[in-house]
Structures are given as structure tokens and as C-alpha cells.
Design a protein around this ligand. Sequence first.
Ligand code: GLC
Length: 659
Amino acid sequence: MANKKTVQLTLYRWAGKFLFFRIKSRCKECDIAYTVLQRLINEQLSEKPVSLKIIPWLDNFWKVIWRGGWHAPILTVNNKVFSQGKVPDIPKLLSTIGNVLDDPSLVQLGKANIEKSVIPDKESDITVYFSPACPHCRQLLSYLDNNGIEYSGRDVTQSETAREDVKRLSGRLSIPVIIVKGEVVQGFDKSRLENLLGISVADEKPIISDVQKIIPHFTNKRLRDIYEKAINVLDKNKIDGWTMPSNRLYPHLWNWDSGFISRGYLYYDPERAYLELRSLFRGQWHDGFLPHIIFNPEYIDHFPGPDYWKANNSGKVPPGMFTSGISQPPVHATMIVESVTLDPEKERALSFLKEIYPKLKELHNFYFNERDPLSENLVSIVHPWESGLDNAPLWDEPLAAITDTSKWALSMQKQYDEFSEQGERPKRTYIEKYSYLVENLFKNNYNWQNISENHPFLIQGVLFNSILCKSEHDLGKIAEIIGLNAQDHYEKADKIKTAINRKLYNEAEGNYYNFDLVANKHIKRETIFSYMPLFAGIPDEDRGKVVLDNLRAHCFCIADMDCVAIPSYDMCQVDFEGEFYWRGPVWVNVNWYMAQGVRRYRETELADWIENSLITLADRQGFYEYYDPDSGKGLGEQDFSWTAALVIDLIEKQMRKGN
Ligand code: GLC
């Protein structure tokens, strides 16, 4: 008879609220406990009947206090307290699970996991204690690598002994810790290290990957240099299998960012492109939904973190993952469809496409089934952030119509203020509405049917639906490549195209506009996003001409090409703001789409101008999140991943054309 025994692990982390008290401080042990357990489940227990639940302690303290658990992180095994106040001892845990399941192999595995402390005793030894997901650890490790300094690395998420060592050495569990010449240095303290190691900043080798090996076909020195710098940005933001958009304001895994990033990797490290998407889809919910953020366990207490979204209460989030509760434009099929052409190892590309195809299909089906309330072949979004264009003027009217606000607004404001220049990020009135919308989503427990009936923000977006249309078509191509039937995908893409032309096109204005389902009307704002149907080939030739004339007639710098690239908002609008997040600046991803769009309608000169401008911007300013259209000044986050990845794509295309 089959063994029916199962093990439920529950981790109570230092988070949550009770009456008026809300936990705001961080608990390093809790973060590491989470990483360690998640790894254990994925790597050593994936075949065993063991599941993991992570819950905020203060919301649930009564469930565990009477069992003797009071000090987070508390781990229970089938409701019995296993450990508290520290990261669980993994060998002991494996043995306990082995005993519950009558599985001697686990008990053995537990014994094999026990290792000895290896604090260096020689003066010359250097040891680094790190965790793969911690950005400062990564900076420290790449600093050592780039300076050719040898060290032994100890991953605290892999070893109880390493954690004990860290506590013994520095008095707390905070990483990175590096021991140099017997001295303990906490954090990545570059000048102290330089003193201890006897190197000066001038000696420091530039942080440059082995680009000669990666891109040997490059003859154009300027382009090769920019490419090299782009690779370094992606390297700098890389974490254990995925890439942060930037390592300051955006330390998590973001949905469409990862799509763009995978496109860059595809040219010089396809395996990493696959890993990026694999990591992203690990956060896919049971209903096919793909969240806009998969939280980095090292930063789950940052606001707005998992406690704010309360997505895990929906019962749809995969075990052990923390995610937000809204999505982002589904760019992924388009980003990966060319892998069989670009990856020199065809079999590898093919096997990845076979692996990712069902997940992409589930994602697209989620939109068709859950987000098309009027069955019009048009998907609606439930939050401005879901568009990816968080603060665009498109949302002003729909947000103004919402009268409720939320108590969370202040915390969100603080987060923006901490990281951003004055005047670059959203104002308080918007933030209050953003928070309210999230509150309504979690109050409905992410039941999309209910949300479509009572939510005050439901918009059929031009950009979102154009991206979906193109991706659905590219999913068809993927199906063909892996020998499946593509017809349904092509037909669905055609239906979306027809729907965009029918409902989002405004004959009188000769332009595409978002449709507000709550107010039941077009949102007539002159943003660049109106022109997104071009890249998906949505207008026919005649309509394409009308739309392009419209583009020229507005102030998008097209006629004289006198900006640094295309701004996101018509510069003649009274509320245009060149430095303000999505309300004027140049964005690389949007310009990248625009170049493909106008090229498709044979505007070659314009397309070349856009693409060259983007490369020049990266060259002169660096890889910023966005740029001032007049001066080209880099704005927002520096060393921004999708800017780097898409510039790689543009350079590759230029090199392939023989420039
Ligand atoms: C901002 C952008 C969004 C992006 C995120 C991470 O919120 O508006 O599109 O995904 O940053 O880069």
C-alpha cells in the first residue's frame, strides 16, 4: 500500500500586524530561513510529499503560541514546533522529516549535510560569508573576482555552520561578512578592504566581462565597447538565476523586465535567457496568472512587499513563493521566439521552448478567460502598474474618478521619497489611489470574476493588447517550431487584432486610445502608447498611413528628429514633463517597439534614427531607466537592466546588418 504520510512545514516569519501594532523591522534570520527552506523543498525534497507554507507571525501568533512557539522565525513540522529564533538546522530537519515519512534516505541525507566550521586560521586566507540573493554580497564577490583575489565562499543559505560562524564572528546574522588577514569586515566596505588587501582604486581592474570570448564577431570598436558595458550592467544586477531591474529601487524579479532582459541574454548567453524566464515562471499562479513581482526573499519586508499584497491568501500562489497580485504585459513569447535561430545549440533551444510553451499558453489563456469580462477579445487591466506604464497621463481621469483612498499610501510615499529625486516619481494623490486599488484586489481575494464586477479601474489598454496580440502570434510560431498545432494561436491573435481595430481605434481622431470600461469611453490622451499597434502589424496599410501622419502631426520630435529619441508624451501637451516618470521621458523599451513598428510600415529612416539614438544615449549617458528627451540627461535608476538588454539587441542587429 502506498505511504500516505505527508509533512507540512510552516514558517512563521517576523511580519504582520495585531490591533494597532504593525511589524516594520526586518529579521535577517527570517529571510534566510525562507531561502533555506525554499531551496530545500526545490532541491532535495521535490519528489517527497512535503509542502511549505510561509505566514506572517503576528497575524497568526495565536496559532503557535500555545504550542510553545513565540520567537520568529518559528518552524513547525506538522504543527509541532521544530525550531524558533534562528534559521532551522537543516540536517536535523531532514532527519525529522525522514522519521515522519519512514524514509531512511532522508535521515542519511541529513547526516551527510552536517559540515564542520571552516573559519580560516591562516593569516593569508580570505573567507566570504554570503547569500546568493543579497545584492551587497554579489557586489563584494564580483569585486573580488574582478581584482583576481582568491577567497573561499560560504553560502549561509546552504549551511547551518556557516550561519553559526557569522554570528560568532560579527555578533549577528548579517551578511556579507569577509575575513581578511584575521580581521572581520562587515558589509561591502570597499575602502577598508582596499587597505587590508593593499590595493588602491587606481590598481583596480575595470569590471569587464570576457567580451572577446562572448562576442568575437564584433569589429566595430565603439559598438563593442557599449555592448561590453551593457553586459556589465546585467552582470551587476544578476542574482542566483535571475536579474534585478536595478539593485537599488528594484531588488526583486519583475515580470516584463525579465522578458526584455532574456532577449539581451539570448545573443550572448542563451542558457541565462532560459534561466531568467524559468525563474520568472516559478512564480506563476495556479490559474496561469503571472505576477508583476516575484519577491526577492532578502527584501520581502520592503514596502510594498508580500504583506501588503496579501496574494498568498488567495491560495493560488505556488508554495514557498511571495508575489504581488497584479500582472504586466505578456512580452515573453515574443522575446524568446527566435531562440532556435539565435542559440548555437539548437537542441537546447528546442527543449527550452517545449518546456516554456505550456506555461506561456496558460498565461495567455488566463487573460482570455479571466480578464476579458465582455468577451470582446480585449483584455482589461486592473491597476495602472499592470500596464507597465505606471504613472502615464493615461490613468489621470480613471484615477480621479475613484473617491476612496487607502491608509497604506503614506508608506508607499516614503518608499518613493527614499530612492527618488524630487519631481521624478508619482504625487501623493496618485499614490493614494494606487493603494486603494490594491486594497480592493486583496479584499476580493484575487477572485477575478468578482473584481471584474466591482473594481473601479478596468481599462482595455492599447499597449497591453497589442503586446498580447503579437505574443499570441509568436506563441503560434513556437507551437509550430516544436511540432504542435499553431492554428488556434494565429486565429486568436487575429481576433485580438480585429477587436483592437474595432474598439480601440477612434475614426474621428485617426488614432488608437485606451478604453475605460468603468466610464465606458475612450481615454483620449496623446501618449506614444497610442502607436503601439504598429509593431504588432494591427492597422492595415491605409490605416497605418493615417496613424503615422498622426504621429508626425503631434509633438513627438518625429518631423525634425530634434530630440534624443521619442518622448513618451506629446511635448505640446500642457502637462508634459520631461523628467517625470512616464509623463514625458524617453524610455528605451517603448522606443525599441516604436522602431520596429515604423519599420514595419516602411519608415526606414525613422526606424534607423530611433535605433541609433538609443545606442548613442547609452553610450553618452549610460544605461538609465529613462532620459530627458531634450537634454538626454539620464534619469531614474542607473544601470538599468532592460535598457542594457535592449541596447544589446539593437547592437546585434546593427552588426548583423554589417554596420
Ligand atoms: C517601474 C516601471 C515598470 C517596471 C518596474 C521595474 O515600476 O514603471 O514598468 O517594470 O519599474 O523596472
